[in-house]
Design a binder for this molecule. Structure first.
Ligand code: PXG
Length: 469
């Protein structure tokens, strides 16, 4: 008789890697490349620390995928899940039924969200929530008697997920290239001053990029436009912090033409920028917010759309809204998200970000611009990026293909047991919000060592060279 296959943390790394390569199809990964190299196997998490199958202790500068806001290993979260599974492991929220975790979580989110964002449509992820948003804003205009308002305007290099809807809203061309893009979504340029601002001041550039929205609305006809969607700070695009002029002008334009404004808060929500929501940090007043990630600190998959009174009333007045997911408001995920929000509030984690972690990290992060490889450093709350450049004064790009230097830097970080990612030739961090000053010191020391090693390697290999003008 065959023995059942037991796969545990105790198998040798090479065996785990071989099984992974044989059967596990990874997201956003070159399958053949990974099989040749072998995936890093993560086995434990505690606070801001990860352990891999080789026993390395890694500091997680990315909070997983920007989500583990309260840090790893909080026992209360597992207990909340177990309690809920015992009581009611699953029930749906279709067909005029509900359950206590979904009721309590929706009410809690409505209390935390600014203004009249009082209604929550649950999803299993950020991508699903953005798919909800596409249908929701188009339905809103149908019920209002303007069914031609279907187009949604988004930004190049924005990220809104990788379902067909989310991937189409996003402005990542490689994603569009794999399977196409749904109809009725238009893109304008991003407010990325360091990379695209030329000789303009940051303030003027912010206005110019916001005014592309007005130009696009006029080109399409305002009576054809349903909504504009943007991340308060682009995350996956490289932690692109917009100039201070950008959001006020964008808001003015949306208001002027009556366009619905969707703030995708999947990364910026739940404390990441030092407020509950990035919209508060930037003074944005959205009609809809997309949420996921930090809602449960990644302990359970859950996301949703927080909808303002007016949009909820209009869509609600149109009869049945034909939309929903088996796991909309899943009771276990909702109970875990509630426990996460309880911990965030009772432990004053946002105050910790504002008063302790951000100010301390800011001082050390900004000082990285003294490094020969670093051109600018940005940090809002606990979301940061640095631009790698061979010539700071000119904000020059490298002669090598974009991302070559960033990847080399990331490899040095991995070797030094620091998770700091690259997007092109920008390095990005978003550590758990509970990171302490002592841990920030370790993060920065490892980052500096990695930058030094990367710089030495570039010089030795003749790659510390600017692209010709
Ligand atoms: N909106 C934003 C702003 C996001 O950052 C999504 C939507 C989609 O959420 P789900 O839960 O469907 O993944 C995201 C997700 C990266 C990376 O490489 C970023 C995300 C996901 C995976 C990788 O930075 N963000």
């Amino acid at each position: 008789m065959n023995q059942p296959l037991k796969i545990t943390n105790h198998l040798p790394t090479a065996e785990l890697q071989a099984l992974d390569a044989a059967h596990h199809f990874h997201p956003f990964t070159d399958k053949a490349g990974l099989a040749a190299k072998g995936a890093r196997v993560i086995t434990r998490g505690e606070g801001v620390w990860l352990t891999d199958s080789e026993g390395n202790r890694i500091i997680d500068g990315m909070a997983g995928l920007w989500c583990v806001n309260i840090g790893y290993g909080r026992k209360e979260m597992g207990q909340a899940a177990a309690r809920q599974m015992d009581e009611l492991a699953y029930y749906n929220t279709f067909f005029q039924t509900t359950h206590v975790p979904a009721i309590a979580l929706a009410a809690k989110i409505a209390e935390l969200a600014p203004g009249d964002l009082n209604h929550v449509f649950f999803a299993g992820s950020g991508s699903e929530a953005n798919d909800t948003n596409i249908r929701l804003v188009r339905r809103y205009w149908q019920v209002k008697g303007q069914p031609e308002r279907t187009t949604i305007i988004a930004r190049w290099n924005g990220y809104h997920g990788s379902t067909m809807g989310g991937g189409s809203l996003g402005g990542m061309k490689p994603i569009h290239a794999h399977g196409g893009k749904i109809e009725g979504i238009e893109h304008i340029d991003q407010p990325y001053w360091w990379g695209e601002g030329g000789d303009m001041t940051e303030a003027d550039f912010g206005l110019a990029r916001a005014r592309q929205l007005e130009e696009k609305i006029l080109e399409l006809g305002a009576d054809k436009v349903a909504a504009f969607i943007g991340e308060p700070i682009q995350g996956a695009g490289g932690v692109i912090v917009p100039p201070s002029t950008y959001w006020p002008e964008t808001q003015r334009i949306c208001d002027k033409y009556g366009i619905l404004l969707i703030a995708d808060e999947v990364i910026t929500g739940f404390g990441r920028t030092g407020n509950w929501f990035g919209s508060e940090t930037f003074g944005i007043k959205p009609h809809i917010m997309t949420i996921a990630k930090g809602l449960s600190s990644g302990y359970q998959p859950i996301g949703g759309s927080i909808v303002c009174d007016e949009v909820a009333e209009v869509v609600g007045s149109g009869g049945e809204f034909f939309h929903g997911y088996t796991y909309s408001g899943h009771p276990v995920a909702a109970a875990v998200a509630l426990e996460n929000l309880r911990i965030m509030q009772e432990e004053n984690i946002i105050d910790h970000v504002r008063n302790v972690a951000h100010p301390y990290l800011k001082e050390r992060w900004d000082a990285l611009v003294d490094h020969p490889l670093v051109g600018e450093a940005k940090l809002v709350g606990l979301m940061g990026s640095i631009a790698l450049t061979p010539d700071k004064a000119k904000r020059a790009a490298f002669a090598s293909e974009t991302g070559t230097v960033g990847l080399r830097c990331r490899e040095r970080c991995f070797a030094n047991n620091l998770i700091m990612r690259h997007v092109g030739d920008r390095m990005i961090i978003a550590p758990p919000l509970v990171i302490t000053p002592e841990e920030i010191d370790i993060l920065i020391d490892r980052a500096k060592k990695s930058l030094d090693e990367c710089y030495e390697g570039l010089v030795a290999d003749g790659l510390f060279v600017a692209k010709a003008d």
